[in-house]
Design a protein around this ligand. Sequence first.
Ligand code: MN
Length: 447
Amino acid sequence: MSVKPSALRRLSTLLAGKPPGPPVLESSSLANFLSTSKEKYLADIRATPSKGAEWTVVMGNEAGDLDSVASSIAYAWVQSEIQKKPCVPLIQIGQDDLNLRAENLYALKLAGISDPQKQLLSITDLDGVKPFPSTTFALVDHNRLGNTFSKDNPNTSIVAVIDHHADEQLYADCDPRKVAPAGSCASHVATLYPKEAEMPRELATLLLSAILIDTGGLVPGGKALQVDHEAASYLIPRSTLFSSSTLTSISPTNPEMLSSIAEVKRLSDALAEQKFNVSHLGAWDLLRRDYKEYTHTLNWHPGAPTIKAGLATVPVKLRSWGSDGKLERESQRWMEQRGLSVFGVLTSFRDTKKFGESGKGKHRREQAWFIRDGSDSTLQLDDIASRLWKGLEADEEIKVTKHEKMNLAKSKDIPPSVRAKTYKQGNANATRKATAPLLKNILESSE
Ligand SMILES: [Mn+2]
């Protein structure tokens, strides 16, 4: 992508001779906030369980990607350090699973959080605490409170929702309630940051990292929307990318200019390299590193059962890690562990045999689906399967076709109690954000 000379000229004037920016906070302030709030929260609920009600728990979604981690940390910072309310971010993945995402560890380290397993509150810290010890929640990067938190916990209240997924139209009264398209939820969180308050450089770096991961480095024509460009323009001069305060503002928000700033490009490349460096992970870890779970009521089915469905996003093509029955066996093992009736494995990868416009290999996606009877044996598997295949194949957004090279029809690792099918996805831009509402629609629609 070539850059207009005028954009570069404007950038170089921005980089030189500007007055110093806001004072830099102590480098450990964000890390201190996280350790301290975690410690205080755990001490409170252990000493006096009812004290959990005094806290607001901020959560991203259960996939625990950088967007969820950064957004929850940032919103908790605002509530705690600016609004002065007791608030703690909770990471919805297990402590050991934090290591499954190298890009998270990389970005957290840039933000001064070098020991996230110790510094961040994760669901492992609250293992076995039932019902959940707090009732007040702020949701970022998702917009429906998970069952684990509402179970036997009747007084829950949702005080804030900031998200970029399909809006389930819940919690109409919370404030803020921002559910709107964006490449990254972190962009909404950054846009809502109180303008009069200073943002720690580490926090700006963390939010910016999430935006860069989610938008492929803010490249023009990619996933970034205007809100992502606005947020990045705000965050870049406040981040640790510029050690001195040379870059104090970026204006106007020229997308081409943002993605071509050398420091921004370097950070994007480093994060992408970390993200796709999953060569050390086997099928089992790949299936659970980026995973989301849903419940659906089959209103058309006799007895209208409610089932659990899961969707795993995997950044490697099926044949690289799932051949010789590994896909089938590990998927069934995961379904058993999670009690799933339906499981979709959504891959996203670069095909190095075919080069796309970027020269990086054409972006492709595949889908593998499994249906099994879980705890009870009353599910009509063939009816669910025929609905699912029909619904997926008819959808005009994802555009799936039969996957000849990964055909499970003759697999000896599919027992009679399981239905399975694999597809190539024609639209490589449709993510889990498109497939999850489609699955809900197919399974729940009463037609
Ligand atoms: Mn997100």
